[in-house]
Design a protein around this ligand. Sequence first.
Ligand code: UVW
Length: 339
Amino acid sequence: NIPDFDSLPPVKDMPQGCAWGVFDKDGKKDHLGCLNLLTPKVVQSAFKEARDGISISLNWPIGAINKPGFARKGLEHKVISFQEGPFGLWGFDDELEFNTQCSSQWDSLVHFAHQPTGLSYNGVQPTREALVQSFGQVDVDKALPTLNHWHDRGGLVGRGVLLDYRAYAEAKGIAYDCFDSHAITVQTLEDVARHQGTEFKFGDILIVRTGFTEDLGGASAEDQERMLGTHKAVGLKGNKETARWIWNHHFAAVAGDAIAFEVLPPVIEEEGDRTGTIAELVLHQYFLSLFGLNIGELWDLKALSAHCKNVGRYEFLLTSVPLNVPGGIGSPPNALAIF
Ligand code: UVW
């Protein structure tokens, strides 16, 4: 009973495809978006994919990029020795400082607003002040749709489906550069699914592999800087057709190994394929702000790809819990694929 993209009830001053209100219940504003599709029945069915006793981590090291993109702070890792402190013990702690989106990450629904209005999922206005006030806030009714709320529902557990675009491209002789504007269309996603023998189910978590983290991870710090400095990246084509396809498949979340999931820079088709700016990212606005669909980026999909190829199966149980930081805007995903 989830309306399709073109049947979503119109929301005043917002484009078609705005799902605000769809997941509201008992007069309460929802702040989990498409994670609501992971009902106990959907999750029970996902457990059928975990039958081989093998789990694969999808998390790139937090410090994998020396100078992360979008001028984000990379990892600073300090060791605290108790021996030097007042206790004189043999023992250690460590302290981390990093931008939560410097490596594998989830984007929360407040990460990127609908730019013309500044509104995020379900019409909330996440100003910097409101976000700071939401730190430590326990009143769920007033809360912004930040990642800590995933903990209220037991994190994310569902059926993950890998679309291995990189493997498909290699098989078909399609050459591309991950650090150039190579757009993956809806038609190609369907071709990859057919090539793999993959069928989607309601509430799946879609994972798209492009090879971005593999190419970046294997490069020197200098080369990484040059690759990210192009501000161009492989990703899903950012247009209404892709948004409609994603919504109509009723995915609970989407993730991939590329830096923005969608192609960079955006192309604004309505204006004769004008090259857009980062502020005009098309799918970020549809997914995070209009649909309530979390986006995962920079996931490490190399081992997953190899295993899927080996067993000839691209479906698995996916588990993920972000950091439980009240008011958290982004987070490492702590994601596992379980076969
Ligand atoms: C931006 O939206 C700027 O970043 P990301 O692709 O990491 O979500």
